[in-house]
Design a protein around this ligand. Sequence first.
Ligand code: ARG
Length: 459
Amino acid sequence: MKKLWGGRFTKTAEEWVDEFGASIPFDQELVEEDIEGSLAHVTMLGECGILPEDDVEQIKGGLIRLLEKAKQGELEFSIAYEDIHLNIEKMLIDDIGPVGGKLHTGRSRNDQVATDMHLYLRKRVEEILGLIRGLQRALVAQAEKHVETIMPGYTHLQRAQPISFAHHLLAYFWMLERDYERFSESQKRINRSPLGAGALAGTTFPIDRHRTAELLGFADLYENSLDAVSDRDFIIEFLSNSSMLMMHLSRLAEELILWSSQEFQFIELDDAFATGSSIMPQKKNPDMAELIRGKTGRVYGHLMALLTVMKGLPLAYNKDMQEDKEGMFDTVKTVIGSLKIFTGMIETMNVRTDVMERATKQDFSNATELADYLAAKGMPFREAHEVVGKLVLLCIEKGVFLADLPLDVYKEASPLFDADIYDALNPRTAVNRRNSAGGTGFAEVRAALEKAKEKLNTP
Ligand code: ARG
């Protein structure tokens, strides 16, 4: 089939070669952005007197018809026209005749594709920001119910010190807050117009780049035409921000998976977010959390892939850059899906407060309380640590916990011990006393909840 760029060619490629080079199977995702970009471009061409108004009106009419059809999913794309840009141009010419061929005046597919990608990401990042807020809201809602729910806190996945469950949930709130900041700061770089950079060098036509930028809602322009058409930093940044977000989701997913195991039983996921086994009738598997943990891998992969695609490219556009798309589309889909699922999972999970609290009484995670107790009475902390370490050893030998040792054993270990140690050993007291800034004490967690809610209320 004759190509739109076929003038200097004497023969056409075979179909399978065309197929290898085509991006239309995936870049049709950009159809609306592509038409919106063209509408701005042709409007500007008219305003600058580059095309007569009559041509502009015909082209706009055709583009608007195509946009409507695109929104209804009624356009049929063809491999023969390689990519979304040429497919749309061909459809326009088929609809309004040769005048459609004037649309591409003063423009190249190189600045066009860059424009499409900027418009596309701007919209998706906006959606992702809203979904991050949604998940943060779900975390805050659960945290509000569980300020005084205590659970073992872990380091090295060994019981360390008891904490408030709300405190644990809010740790993720703040990770997501940083993700929110990163995505929203990236909009500054996404929201910049490459349109009018031409193939690489600008154009001889008296175009107005500020006008197209304004029509498309861009806040700024690329300063340099070569940079404009060959920059994919904004996509790499998106993939990097997405990787970080997925890493956070994956960590929480891992915790949900552990917590819903028979060994922990701290939570039960709602039936809507779990699946059964085809052979083992008793099973309830945390599939959605596992999948999110798994999908994190593919997002990291897309980041690595694009960094690698870009690393050796000379200026300006190279066809290698067509490889920026599938990873980006897949990441958008993965991140949006994961955030939606996660929000539902957090909203509906059932928290076994009794099991969590019981767990805090069946370990040595109150040992620090005893050492702090002695240190507060003047014993150097290092010595206190040693005294308590010996008591823990004694307990292990006897098969009991610290709260089970009688007072005379304590007195023997150090005369500084008094009857009030039993209150200090109570995990609830241990949690509630940690009111240093950002700590797990109930008062501090309540204050943190207020701060979190303030963040949610500021746009
Ligand atoms: N399909 C191409 C891409 O996605 C569009 C730009 C092509 N430009 C070119 N000169 N071949 O990168």
